[in-house]
Design a protein around this ligand. Structure first.
Ligand code: GDG
Length: 451
């Protein structure tokens, strides 16, 4: 059986892989089934990047490289996270274009391909993950790699009018033609890419595309939530004593997650629906990521100010309306905390999928489930239509949904939860990787027959 080679920007070290996140565990699962290599960056920045690090765990080898400070700045901070991430999330106002950064991004892709090539066998299957590595297949093909190579985009693909704001968009997206298969989270992302290819792509150079919504392992997550529900309390004993209900948000601290708008909508709930005063607490867990990028410090400061204002306006000696926490938690603890929350508050302004939404649903008890409030701009909204779907830009809509969630009768909560569990079981993470890899084989064969 062919080996699988996963290529991603960051590689989970085997020690961390003892308790991996949902996506990492899905990829590890796929790797365990056939054996192979997980290849990418080890997170280190230093001048000597020549030697590869290797670690073995069963039939998987983790092969990693470090980046030089210049590679880290140009490829990771400035082009991937300073141009592609904001543009793909419709924040062209935050994108800073520089041809040299693009060249640096391309060169890192070439360097990675060069380092991987000697490790490849003829029938290896390569699966490349996400926006950091769009030109990776082109770099491989230039080195004479004829293997099956697939690409999956975890984040949204922007509509053509936004995509074309990236000055080098034609060259960049043209590189996707070197993949045998390009996968998207939703049909809208796929359509946006095809629109771009139709308008700007070279004739006959559109890759095969498909839609593979990423999922979780719902049963395993439910079990984890059950097992860890008593480990940590979302509400403290005084809050529980007052019978308060918890509203929970969990997101990496990122402008795409719509935290500022979310806090403002919660403030409006307290303004418009005073019956909830002292009856609720909103807990936002937002671990800080990408600290080297200035804008992230700015969001953090804005959220601190807004938290202070909301607590100052509405709080009392025995009631803190909003807790904003930057600490990260283990996956087990998070599952247990999700199970305790009456409302899962997931309102990104744009999101490829949003796994937290799926995890929140899986974490609920069937008998007394909480309610998911979900942005219509998250990929997950394509599947979880039984959530309370909101427009995150519309404070009134979101605050009304909060009120509805907090007062929703048990029967309706159960019915919505059942419908969402059916959806989760349709698009599990196992199905995600097995469907993608089987379609990749078919697409490669079709291309081979055409050559
Ligand atoms: C990208 C796309 C797409 C969060 N805090 C902690 C923690 N988490 C876990 C969550 C969840 C994961 O991190 C976050 O996944 P999301 O999907 O919500 O968002 P992104 O990180 O932006 O992921 C996204 C995803 O790729 C997969 O394709 O869905 O649209 O943007 O699993 O539970 N995990 C731990 N501690 C924390 O404090 N252990």
């Amino acid at each position: 059986m062919s080996r699988l080679i996963i290529v991603s920007n960051r590689v989970m070290a085997p020690s961390a892989a003892a308790c991996p996140g949902g996506l990492a565990s899905g990829l590890l699962d796929a790797l365990h089934q056939v054996g192979g290599i997980w290849f990418g960056w080890n997170g280190k920045v230093d001048e000597s990047t020549a030697a590869l690090e290797r670690q073995h765990a069963g039939n998987i080898t983790f092969v990693t490289t470090s980046f030089t400070p210049r590679q880290y700045q140009q490829y990771y901070c400035r082009f991937a996270n300073g141009v592609l991430w904001p543009s793909f999330h419709y924040r062209t106002d935050l994108a800073h274009y520089d041809r040299q950064d693009y060249e640096g991004y391309r060169r890192v892709n070439e360097m990675l391909a060069l380092k991987l090539k000697p490790l490849l066998q003829d029938d290896d299957v390569l699966w490349v993950q996400d926006y950091h590595l769009i030109p990776f297949a082109t770099a491989c093909r230039q080195l004479g790699v004829h293997n099956r190579i697939g690409f999956f985009l975890h984040i949204p693909f922007p509509c053509v009018e936004v995509a074309r704001t990236i000055p080098m968009h034609q060259a960049l997206f043209g590189c996707l033609a070197d993949y045998d298969l390009v996968g998207f989270q939703t049909a809208s992302d796929q359509q946006a890419f095809l629109d771009h290819a139709r308008r700007f792509g070279s004739p006959g150079a559109t890759p095969t595309t498909g839609v593979y919504p990423i999922g979780i392992q719902p049963q395993a997550f439910t079990k984890m939530a059950e097992a860890h529900v008593a480990e940590r309390s979302l509400l403290n004993s005084a809050d529980r004593h007052h019978g308060r209900q918890a509203i929970l948000g969990i997101d990496r601290l990122d402008y795409s997650k719509g935290l500022h708008e979310r806090f403002q909508a919660y403030e409006q709930l307290l303004d418009r629906y005073p019956k909830h005063h002292r009856r609720v607490q909103f807990i936002q867990i937002a671990p800080i990521t990408r600290q080297d990028i200035d804008y992230y410090r700015h969001i953090h400061e804005r959220l601190n100010t807004l938290t202070g204002r909301i607590n100052g306006r509405f709080g009392d000696l025995d009631w803190l309306p909003l807790r904003y926490i930057n600490q990260g938690y283990t996956r087990d603890s998070l599952a247990g905390l999700m199970r305790q929350a009456r409302v899962g508050f997931v309102t990104p302004l744009r999101d490829g999928m949003n796994l937290v939404a799926k995890e929140y649903v899986a974490a609920q008890s069937e008998q007394d489930p909480g309610v998911l409030i979900l942005s219509s701009f998250a990929g997950a909204a394509h599947e979880l239509s039984a959530a309370l779907i909101v427009n995150p830009y519309d404070r009134s809509d979101v605050s009304a949904a909060l009120n509805r969630a907090l007062t929703m009768p048990l029967e309706e909560r159960q019915e919505r939860h059942r419908a969402m569990m059916v959806a989760l079981n349709r698009t599990t993470i196992d199905r995600w990787h097995s469907r993608f890899l089987s379609d990749l084989n078919i697409a490669h064969l079709a291309h081979a027959n055409m050559r």
